[in-house]
Design a protein around this ligand. Structure first.
Ligand SMILES: NC(=O)c1ccc[n+]([C@@H]2O[C@H](COP(=O)([O-])OP(=O)(O)OC[C@H]3O[C@@H](n4cnc5c(N)ncnc54)[C@H](OP(=O)(O)O)[C@@H]3O)[C@@H](O)[C@H]2O)c1
Length: 313
């Protein structure tokens, strides 16, 4: 099969990096527009990947980037707003621009990353903007596929790894929304679904919820991640006004570990009512089977050692 030219927006991120590496291994030619090339330096060495610095919010620049592509993948997303990077701009606005760029450049295939519970009238601005983005994509007339994953875990995630780090830093974990339910899905399974969708016409015009094999409460996940990383910590559940207060404080601190909008998103169970879509032929991985490889104390120690030797400390 001749190499395909695929444009991956958001290719420098956690999911994007895994997808780009997987597609590059097939010999596809990948174009990864990045705000800053150095953010995508880990991709530059891949032989068929072209990282280009570009402003994808500029409609003319975007149309130029996607021209001639066999497919466009949009993975761009944020969990928290900052400055001009509002949910409306980054999710809904960009999705509209991507659709317009594909149409004007004659690209028919579009893979769009949404999120489980995305809904224009959803309980948070995150979910509402994700829902609006989906609406633009599904009304586009393009050959679209929409993916709606629960929370995604994998090496370098900002989920299990974050809980493990927090456990190593704090004597006690004060946890908002401890009863919120999630069905985490492995990044390897998510990117395999994207890869297979590109080769499977039956996935055109379809929306897929993506979840792993098991449902957990947030409290169970935090306990499991901290114990697996070798730091057993008491968990203090925060509910109601206390949870909102904690989110309010954290959203004003650097790193924004949590926001009131995140809390509102968690008011809906983040679980699938169906198995992993059979069309992909994937048996989704359980987190207990794969996550210890990067969360276990020796794996974390190796990572810290590598970071120390890089920084010379
Ligand atoms: N991770 C999860 O658990 C999860 C669950 C459900 C849905 N999703 C969705 O999956 C997608 C990928 O998530 P991820 O975990 O890989 O996120 P990530 O690691 O934060 O990556 C986000 C990507 O979007 C780019 N981006 C962010 N804001 C941008 C902006 N204003 N303009 C241009 N590019 C921008 C980032 O570029 P820079 O490198 O320049 O920052 C990066 O390439 C997102 O749409 C997310 O909403 C993720």
């Amino acid at each position: 099969m001749a190499p395909r030219r695929i444009v991956v927006l958001g290719g420098s991120g956690f999911v994007g990096s895994a997808l780009v590496a997987r597609l590059a291994a097939n010999g596809d030619e990948l174009v990864v527009p990045a705000r800053r090339r150095d953010r995508a330096r880990h991709l530059i060495l891949l032989p068929t990947v072209d990282v280009v610095e570009a402003d994808i919010h500029d409609p003319a620049a975007l149309a130029g980037l996607v021209r001639g592509a066999a497919a466009v993948v949009n993975l761009v997303g944020i969990l928290n707003e900052s400055g001009r990077d509002t949910f409306a701009h980054v999710h809904a606005g960009l999705a509209r621009n991507v659709v317009a760029a594909c149409r004007s450049a004659g690209v028919r295939r579009l893979l769009h990353m949404s999120a489980l519970n995305a809904d224009p009238s959803g309980p948070s601005r995150y979910l509402a903007s994700k829902g609006e983005a989906e609406s633009s994509v599904t009304a586009s007339g393009l050959a679209w596929t929409v993916f709606r994953p629960s929370v995604i875990f994998g090496p370098g995630d900002s989920f299990l790894t974050l809980f493990a780090r927090l456990a190593h830093m704090m004597p006690v974990i004060a946890l908002a929304a401890p009863d919120a339910r999630f069905q985490p899905v492995y990044v390897g399974d998510v990117v395999a679904a994207f890869e297979r969708a590109l080769a499977t016409p039956a996935t055109e015009g379809q929306r897929y919820d993506l979840c792993g094999p098991k449902v957990y409460t947030l409290r169970e996940l935090v306990r499991w991640a901290s114990e697996t990383s070798g730091a057993v910590r008491p968990i203090v559940p925060l509910r109601g006004g206390l949870a909102t207060l904690q989110a309010f404080v954290l959203e004003h601190l650097p790193g924004k570990l949590m926001s009131r909008d995140n809390l509102a998103s968690m008011s809906r169970d983040n679980v699938c009512g169906c198995p992993f879509p059979p069309v992909f032929g994937i048996e989704p991985a359980a987190l207990e089977a794969v996550a210890p490889s990067w969360l276990a104390p020796e794996a974390l120690r190796d990572k810290y050692d590598a970071a120390r030797s890089t920084t010379g400390r």
